[in-house]
Design a protein around this ligand. Structure first.
Ligand code: ASP
Ligand code: MG
Length: 443
């Protein structure tokens, strides 16, 4: 009889220290009869640390040595806490991975990569170490605590094109590899444990799938294996209507549709990697988001249109936003041609637009602040008069109510507003209002 396949994704917080890793067998013990594909993220905030390492490396900053040391100490400490026997093979494997990372970093760019590679390429050769380390440690640990699993290098299974940092999956190749290599493991009654977020291109170079890409990896496996369900194990009770770090009264969304989940991630809710939903929707595979602190809890269910669909307001806050407005110097209308030209420049510099609005002679966009903004402005300033405000906050409310709006914008200056039937968005500045409020006191 075919076994029921479930795909579990454990995010960074669920493997952030030895105690968190010790909790995983406990979670898996609730699923004695299922064949599991276990996808792991890097431990804790390792991906952020590796990003700083890439930055330091790329800019030849001495800081790279300290960052590398912190990453090494963090992983060695967790390994030592979990495996007291200093002769255990896991120590040598972790050591080897850390040395490989170190030799890449120390060698200098040209030597390590035989050429003058792009930032994105280097990023993708370095950042995967986070997932390689976490899966090595956790696989050994689970094998010794009642969860027999086969570790796999996911780069043998998932193939993408050359779009570094946002690899696009070659589905035919990936499906064939999963059939060939993963099916037999599962049929043999062994769980498969592998890395999220990373893949290979056809030249055997690592490619990442974008931040939070482990979600997408889980969805790729679920699709290819026709899984019964996918579960994301997180440090929150489920999908929340706001980030609990910003909102003390954040509530759980019990059930939402695939559609709603896509909308939420589009507006920047860091709930799920945006590419995750489509493969699941295509095969009607339910996605659950559950708490690893309370594995017996209901969590959230993302599935096709459900009657219990949550319609309570959801809040998405994006800070460090920039609002840029373009007006053609020749006073021409903002119509197809101008839009085409301006958006083309944003595509060229890979800056995605969070919100856009047009009027007769002005086109405004709200984007995340970043290095490429000044390049875009430089390229467009000959044809357009440009206005620019930074340090702004983009507030999105799905399923807004009058009270929800009042509560969110009451003490803020609104620079731009956009409203549809289901969603309202504000580009706001706390600072401007505060500045004016302060003036009378300064006088
Ligand atoms: N470790 C990667 C990140 O932090 C991928 C993931 O967690 O999904 O973005
Ligand atoms: Mg994560």
């Amino acid at each position: 009889m075919d076994s029921i396949i479930k795909v579990f994704k454990f995010g960074g917080a669920s493997v952030k220290d030895a105690e968190a890793v010790r909790n995983i067998p406990n979670i898996l013990s609730h699923y004695p009869d299922e064949a599991l594909v276990i996808i792991l993220s890097a431990m804790g905030k390792t991906t952020n640390h590796l990003e700083s390492l890439v930055d330091a490396y790329y800019h030849s900053s001495d800081e790279k040595v300290n960052i590398l040391k912190d990453i090494s100490t963090y992983h060695s400490n967790i390994t030592r806490e979990l495996f007291e026997d200093s002769k255990h093979p896991v120590h040598a494997e972790v050591y080897l991975l850390l040395r490989k990372l170190e030799s890449t970093i120390i060698a200098g760019r040209e030597k390590a990569f035989d050429s003058k590679p792009s930032f994105d390429f280097i990023y993708d050769q370095i950042v995967p170490y986070g997932e390689l380390l976490s899966t090595t440690i956790v696989s050994y640990y689970l094998n010794e605590h009642g969860c027999r699993n086969q570790w796999y290098d996911v780069r043998q299974l998932i193939r993408t094109d050359d779009s570094y940092r946002e690899g696009r999956v070659d589905w035919d190749f990936t499906q064939a590899r999963i059939n060939e290599l993963v099916r037999p493991v599962i049929d043999n009654g062994t769980h498969l444990l592998t890395q999220g977020f990373i893949a290979n291109n056809q030249d055997g170079k690592s490619v990442t799938l974008g931040r939070e890409g482990s979600d997408y990896t889980a969805s790729i496996f679920a699709y290819a294996l026709d899984a019964a369900e996918v579960v994301f194990w997180k440090d929150v009770p489920g999908l929340m209507n706001a980030d609990p770090k910003d909102f003390s009264d954040a509530r759980k969304l019990d059930q939402i549709s695939y559609w709603e989940a896509i909308e939420l991630s589009y507006y920047g809710a860091k709930v799920i990697h945006p590419k995750t939903i489509k493969p699941l929707q295509n095969k009607t595979i339910p996605l659950k988001v559950k708490s690893f602190i309370n594995p017996g809890g209901d969590g959230s269910l993302i599935f096709h249109e459900t009657s219990g669909d949550a319609r309570i307001p959801s809040y998405i806050i994006k800070d460090d936003q920039v609002l840029i407005s373009f007006s053609p110097k020749d006073l021409s209308f903002i119509a197809e041609e101008n839009l085409h030209y301006i958006i083309g420049i944003f595509i060229k510099f890979k800056v995605s637009i969070n919100l856009m609005q047009t009027s007769a002679i002005t086109f405004s966009v709200c984007v995340d602040n970043g290095d490429n903004i000044s390049k875009i402005i430089k390229e467009l300033q000959e044809r357009y008069n440009i206005k620019f405000n930074e340090s702004l906050v983009l507030i999105t409310i799905r399923h807004y109510t009058t009270e929800a709006i009042q509560e969110m914008v009451k003490d803020k200056t609104i620079l731009l507003e956009q409203r549809s039937r289901s969603t309202v968005q504000y580009v706001t500045s706390l600072f401007i209002k505060m500045f004016f409020l302060l003036i009378p006191q300064l006088l």
